[in-house]
Write a protein that binds this ligand. Structure first.
Ligand code: GDP
Ligand code: MG
Length: 368
């Protein structure tokens, strides 16, 4: 049976031990600061202080078992798609072409903001695209424990074929266990040979459906827009198969996709909400930064007040610029958010001091 002391838990959550003891007493449990409490009790306390305990990102999760998801609260969410492929094969062009295929353009004038992620309304439903191409970014995210992508669209230029970064992308997607859809791009070009690409991809165990395999491979042109509607339709079909669901009724949690400091706006973070609903006014913590959500903007430049799972949004109001790939969590109030952030900053500082000390010792030994 796993246990944790009240003082360890208070440290891990950045909550005063006396507050924890008071909560325990209210629940009819007497405890002192050094008392060991079991995982269930710790989970109860963590929930009470606004932590989504089953999520990673707080040290407490090491001690606390996953809280079972309330199945009845799960609703379908949009798929999250990353476009990958070799340089110049047309990733950016394809993402632009998909942006323009947005059917929810309306009065706002379509997707105008070039933020790190956008949600496009298609005839088959909403799809979220991460505009952070490159297998390096993808792999870096994964190394930070982020598995934000449901599907990978692998772009291969029909006139160029499989290239080194194509292979890297395939490896990254496979390592992540993510389904690959192949967009054979630039088929408008004279001399484009989609069959050659299909042939080359068989060497990487990607066999086209047309050839009896399981991988969807579509000829497209980001320039003429040929094949784009079909690509979006297939993405929707694939995501239906995956039955992607999340609970919109809890405190929001998700990932930072990109972040920067903007003149006049302060730190701006593009985040992907993975579960719960993110609301203006929410207290949020991500890494060593925290804040209250002051405003949120979608890919159409519109202000939004609440963002459900599977959608990206730009968030204003953080204390600093967070790290891409870091998790964010909404907590009960800004005070808790600040405490957790400061606790993490302090831990990071101690770790740094520790490594300096160690380096100095090693230097001494090296000299001796
Ligand atoms: P990325 O490096 O993968 O993001 O590739 P880009 O989107 O920047 O495209 C590289 C070059 O290929 C640019 O000059 C594009 O205009 C061109 N390009 C992209 N898609 C197509 C296409 O479907 N047809 C043609 N003819 N050119 C394309
Ligand atoms: Mg590009």
């Amino acid at each position: 049976e796993e246990s944790i002391s009240v003082s360890e838990l208070s440290q891990a959550m950045g909550v005063k031990a006396s507050d924890l003891i008071r909560k325990l007493m209210q629940a009819g449990k007497m405890a002192t600061i050094n008392a060991q409490i079991d995982a269930d009790t710790a989970a109860f306390l963590a929930t009470d202080f606004g932590y989504t305990v089953e999520k990673k990102g707080f040290e407490v999760e090491e001690f606390i078992p996953e809280v079972a998801e309330d199945e009845s609260k799960l609703v379908l969410r949009p798929p999250v798609v990353t476009v990958m492929g070799h340089v110049d094969h047309g990733k950016t062009s394809l993402l632009d072409a998909i942006r323009q295929a947005d059917v929810a353009a309306g009065e706002a004038g379509g997707i105008t903001q070039h933020i790190g992620a956008y949600n496009v309304q298609t005839q088959h439903g909403p799809i979220t695209f991460l505009d952070t191409p490159g297998h390096e970014a993808f792999t870096a995210m994964r190394q930070r424990g982020a598995q934000v992508t449901d599907l990978v669209v692998l772009v291969v230029a029909a006139d160029d074929g499989v290239m080194p970064q194509t292979v890297e992308s395939i490896k990254a997607a496979k390592a992540a266990g993510v389904t690959i859809l192949v967009a054979i791009n630039k088929i408008d070009k004279p001399g484009a040979t989609p069959e050659r690409v299909m042939q080359q991809l068989t060497e990487y165990e990607l066999v086209a459906e047309q050839w009896g395999g399981t991988t969807i491979m579509l000829p497209v042109s980001a320039r003429t827009k040929q094949g784009i509607p079909e690509l979006l339709e297939y993405i929707s079909l694939q995501s239906e198969v995956l039955e992607l669901k999340a609970n919109p009724e809890k405190l929001a949690a998700g990932r930072v996709i990109e972040a920067k400091l903007e003149k006049g706006r302060g730190p701006v973070a593009t985040v992907l909400v993975e579960e719960g609903t993110l609301r203006v006014g929410d207290a949020l913590v991500t890494g060593i930064h925290y804040g209250r959500v002051r405003a949120m903007m979608n890919e159409r430049g519109e202000h939004v007040n609440d963002v459900p799972p599977g959608y990206p949004v730009e968030v204003l109001g953080l204390s600093g610029v967070p790290v891409a790939g870091d998790e964010f969590n909404v907590v009960e109030d800004e005070k808790s958010a600040k405490e957790v952030a400061q606790h993490r900053a302090e831990k990071a500082r101690q770790k740094e001091l520790g490594s300096v000390k160690k380096a100095t010792l090693e230097d001494l030994f090296a000299k001796a």
